[in-house]
Design a protein around this ligand. Structure first.
Ligand SMILES: [Zn+2]
Length: 215
């Protein structure tokens, strides 16, 4: 069999471990899903939402793409994968909370920063990360824009979450759900090395560490 060994071993552990222990849950989930939250996360292998939120099967509706971006509402034809996931989550599943979760050392955000001054970063990546182009250009024009590359990256990661939140609000079905009070939109950022989550203040756009020790 050509199956990669690491995947096969992981699957073996799932079959003999989690699935065996939670078979009732899986049988119930086969009847349908009713997750309450949706996470828009980055495809980056280090920032798995189910791991960060200790979520089991059926608990989180997740869409992951390069840089955890939500595109704006568009009526042009195309393969709008993230938009399709949003539509199903909100119209089909009645999701109550959508969280846009960026992260540290995001290669997609770095690609957007590179694209401001250098050659295209990829046939598909470049136009995709241009979702944050206006925010990036505004940041770079700002005289207070940090010169330090790490600080600049951090700022762009934070701004990108804000851009995605603004884009989410351009979808008619999201506008309707927000107006009817059945949907909330949040922003977050995960720091890989520290394993820390920051939550975005919706009014100021500032991120603050989530303090679970205080609970
Ligand atoms: Zn990323």
């Amino acid at each position: 069999m050509s199956m990669p060994l690491n995947l096969k071993e992981g699957y073996r552990q799932f079959r003999t471990g989690r699935y065996t222990h939670e078979v009732e849950r899986y049988l119930k989930l086969a009847q349908g899903q009713k997750p309450k939250a949706m996470i828009i996360g980055c495809a980056d292998s280090r920032v798995d939402p189910a791991t960060i939120f200790s979520a089991g099967p059926g608990e989180l509706f997740v869409v992951r793409n390069v840089a955890a971006l939500a595109p704006p509402y568009e009526e042009t034809p195309g393969y709008h994968g993230t938009s399709a996931a949003l539509e199903f989550a909100i119209e089909g599943l009645g999701i109550e909370d959508v969280v846009v979760m960026g992260h540290s050392y995001c290669g997609g955000v770095q690609a957007a920063l590179t694209a401001a001054t250098a050659q295209p970063v990829g046939r598909f990546i470049r136009p995709w990360v241009e979702i944050m182009a206006a925010a990036r250009d505004e940041m770079l024009r700002d005289p207070n824009c940090p010169a330090d590359p790490d600080e600049r990256q951090y700022l762009m990661e934070s701004l990108a979450v804000g851009v995605s939140i603004q884009n989410l609000k351009t979808f008619p079905f999201i506008q309707k759900a927000l107006a009817e009070g059945r949907l909330r939109i949040h922003g977050a950022r995960f720091s890989i090395a520290a394993g820390e989550l920051e939550w975005r203040d919706p009014d100021t756009g500032v991120f603050e560490k989530v303090d679970v020790a205080a609970d």
